[in-house]
Ligand binder design. Structure first.
Ligand code: MOS
Length: 749
């Protein structure tokens, strides 16, 4: 294979983004455009008793005020929706404005449409809605007595309870036990671009939706089901998306509301959420508590793990992020019990957020492993190495590939871990207490369930266009797919244009669970491979070709030129052949049918995280001084963008550990810090030197190119590595995220 894959290519969309010429779904110019403004309920648990829209309707420029009184009922039960292409709705089954019930603060209760955004915003202030309120329940602390064990979690994708072996006997017979409770604040995604949908119907009832989303087909299928319109009549365009982090994985109701408003007023309508609305309209990572017990032998070998989670969900969905999945299989031990419990609150349904589940579950697991290491006097890296598993402990199947040992060893080497004094509070630089910590990272490899498709076309001048309906939501997928196409076809990167981002293109599943690159690269690779074979077939069949009569398997392509492997002088370019034959273009489809999940291999991505912190002994300030992350993500398609994603993931982890928390005002049932001023994320000044490395693994199970993905593994384990470093620096064991400096001040002095 030519070296295009695994090369280093700067983002091809970079110029458009920094120059402002990239048009996002709220920027597409549409003639005669009207603007919709959502009104969210200011209360969290209520019935609407009266609506007075008279003044708003008479306000200048207003075209409509839609509420539950006049909005048409949606066409289909939301629970039947294929919300992520090919999957049943994973989570969100609620559609607002269908009756007078308010389940959570911020729930959409009205849509005001006017000829300008300013007039719509003004009119929205004139709509009077009366509520009969009941005190809301919004905190984990309030629901624990009413918690229940769901059959399924995570949108029905995973069971609510998993066991193996005999947990009671395993814990009873363990020589060492570590037991602790871990607490997690709610988190919000906060992409820079708030979700926006522009909806335009044409004269014959076809709908175009410009929507920022992780997969255009998701919006197409969801809107089709709600609107009662065939998917084929709906075109979704998602050319640029300004970040997502899971908030644009699900199709939230505002996208369909934009289409309903446009149909109602007979004009194209743009509906943009504002920043505050992003906190109640697109899900979040749920507030949760995890109770973890490790049982081990005196040498540190784990024998039993009990991991229970209690979290808050909405009144209509059994959502829990799968926090127990990676800790359940990361190490080799025979006895396990994982149980999810849920309590219903007056909140919107939580959703996928930055390594949903793993980012929290592995904090608990890897913090407890650090305690175990200290208890038995074994180095933390050595403890992990002793527990590494060559097989998936849940099934006994071998890993498709692992690399965990190599990640741990390489990370320790890059970080300079050897010779670390394990005792806490031993290093000090002025006021700063210095500590180091490490953790394992793990992220499941999710396979799409439906065929993944791409289309490749070459023109007689040698230029190539490859299309697949992916969404470029900041991952660099278009750039990586350009490399995959150039590689498979044997042409230069300059000859290829990759296009994605709309439903006219062959379908690729929404990019969730870090599976985007694996799914898209499989389809793109198969499409260009089919095209290359077609072109070689044309050459060897053509009497005028220097390749006439050759064995197609003996033909290689480089720089767009086909030649015999053993006789490079015998050959011609694709372009020369097509022009001679007067063929303007040739096209091929790639159709990848993913293997089933239960194919006799465990599929997981592994890594290792190391961090050094300084903690101000008097002020409790925590500064992360450096981080090293080493990962085994299978084939890396583009070194440059993969490095960026992994580094970005590690900085998400820094945010999760030290900064990110959405706090609920329990009396009002409203998020108290629903703004970018009050919801803290790391900025450059918070971000230390980050070293990212990968180790190679032989991976030929998951997809044709062996791509496991780099989207989320970077965040996993960071919180534990930092938390363990804080312990090493101060002697304070952090069991609640984010770590607050007053916790350190009150306990470490
Ligand atoms: Mo990703 S948080 O699984 O969309």
């Amino acid at each position: 294979m030519s070296p295009a894959i695994g090369g280093t290519l700067a983002r091809l969309d970079g110029r458009a983004k920094v120059s402002g010429s990239a048009r996002y779904s709220g920027e597409v110019p549409i003639p005669h455009l009207a603007h919709a403004v959502l009104i969210g309920a200011p209360v969290a648990n209520a019935r609407i008793t009266a609506v007075d829209a008279t003044e708003a309707e008479q306000s200048a420029g207003v075209l409509a005020v839609l509420t539950h009184l006049n909005l048409p009922k949606v066409a289909m039960q939301p629970s039947l929706l294929p919300s992520l292409a090919g999957l049943a709705a994973p989570g969100h089954t609620f559609f607002p404005m269908q009756d007078d019930t308010v389940h959570y603060a911020g729930q959409h209760v009205a849509v005001v449409v006017a000829d300008t955004l300013e007039r719509a915003e003004h009119a929205a202030t004139l709509v009077r809605i009366d509520y009969d309120t009941t005190p809301p329940v919004t905190l984990l602390e309030e629901i624990k007595d009413q918690a229940y064990e769901p059959q399924k979690i995570f949108g029905g994708l995973l069971p609510g309870r998993q066991v193996r072996g005999d947990i009671e006997a395993g814990l009873r017979d363990a020589e060492v036990r570590v037991e602790a409770m871990y607490e997690f604040a709610a988190n919000h995604h906060n992409p820079i671009e708030p979700s926006t949908t522009t909806a335009a119907w044409d004269e014959v009832g076809r709908l175009t939706l410009y929507d920022g989303i992780q997969g255009p087909t998701s919006t197409q299928l969801t809107a089709a089901a709600f609107l009662g319109v065939p998917p084929a009549q709906i075109r979704v365009v998602s050319n640029y998306v300004g970040g997502s982090f899971g908030s644009k994985a699900m199709v939230w109701p505002h996208a369909t509301l934009a289409a309903m408003a446009a149909r109602h007023v007979g004009r194209p309508v743009r509906l943009a959420l504002n920043r505050e609305q992003m906190f109640t309209s697109c899900g979040h990572r749920e507030q949760q508590r995890q109770h973890l017990t490790l049982g081990a032998r005196a040498d540190g070998k784990l024998v039993a793990v009990r991991h229970h989670k209690l979290s808050l969900t909405s009144h209509f969905d059994d959502w829990a992020e799968p926090s127990l999945q990676s800790p359940a299989i990361i190490y080799d031990y025979p006895n396990y019990e994982g149980i999810y419990r849920l309590g219903r609150g007056n909140i919107n349904t939580p959703t996928f957020t930055r390594a949903p589940g793993e980012a929290t579950g592995m904090f608990a697991m890897e913090s407890a492993m650090d305690e175990l290491a200290e208890r038995i006097g074994v180095d933390p890296v050595e403890l992990r190495l002793r527990n590494c598993s060559d097989t998936d402990p849940a099934t006994g199947d071998p890993w498709s590939s692992s690399g965990l040992r190599e990640c741990l060893e390489r990370g320790a080497e890059l970080f300079g871990w050897a010779g670390r004094d394990p005792r806490p509070r031993q290093r000090r630089e002025g006021n700063w207490l210095i500590g180091t910590g490490m953790a394992t990272a793990a992220y499941p490899h999710a396979q799409p369930v439906n065929p993944q498709r791409a289309r490749a076309r070459i023109y007689s001048d040698g230029s190539v266009i490859v299309e697949a309906g992916v969404s470029e939501f900041g991952t660099g997928i278009s750039t990586a797919m350009t490399l995959v196409a150039a590689d498979g076809l044997g042409v230069t990167v300059d000859q290829v244009r990759f296009a994605g981002g709309n439903t006219d293109m062959p379908n690729i599943t929404a990019a969730v669970g870090s599976a985007g690159a694996g799914a898209a690269s499989a389809a793109v690779h198969l499409s260009v491979t089919a095209l290359r074979e077609q072109l070689i077939g044309m050459a060897v069949a053509d009497e005028q070709s220097p390749l006439h009569g050759a064995d197609p398997a003996a033909v290689v392509v480089e720089g767009g030129r086909m030649a015999l492997r053993d006789r490079p002088d015998a050959g011609e370019t694709y372009s020369a052949m097509l022009q001679r034959k007067l063929v303007p273009d040739v096209e091929a489809i790639g159709n990848w049918i993913p293997p089933a999940q239960d194919v006799g291999h465990g599929m997981h991505t592994f890594g290792a995280q190391f961090a050094e912190v300084g903690v101000d002994a008097e002020l409790g300030l925590i500064r992360v001084r450096r981080m090293v992350g080493v990962f085994a993500p299978g084939r890396v398609l583009n070194r440059r963008t993969a490095h960026s994603q992994l580094m970005g993931g590690m900085l998400w982890g820094l945010g999760q550990t030290l900064l990110e928390a959405t706090r609920m005002d329990a009396r009002s049932g409203r998020w108290a810090n629903a703004s970018l001023a009050d919801y803290l994320v790391p900025v450059n000044a918070d971000s230390p030197d980050v070293v990212v490395d990968t180790v190679e693994v032989h991976e030929n199970v998951v997809n044709p190119l062996g791509v496991k993905g780099v989207g989320e593994i970077g965040v996993v384990g960071v919180a534990a590595a930092i938390g363990n470093a804080v312990y090493h620096a101060t002697g304070y064991r952090a069991r609640s995220l984010p770590i607050a400096l007053d916790d350190i001040l009150s306990q470490a002095s």
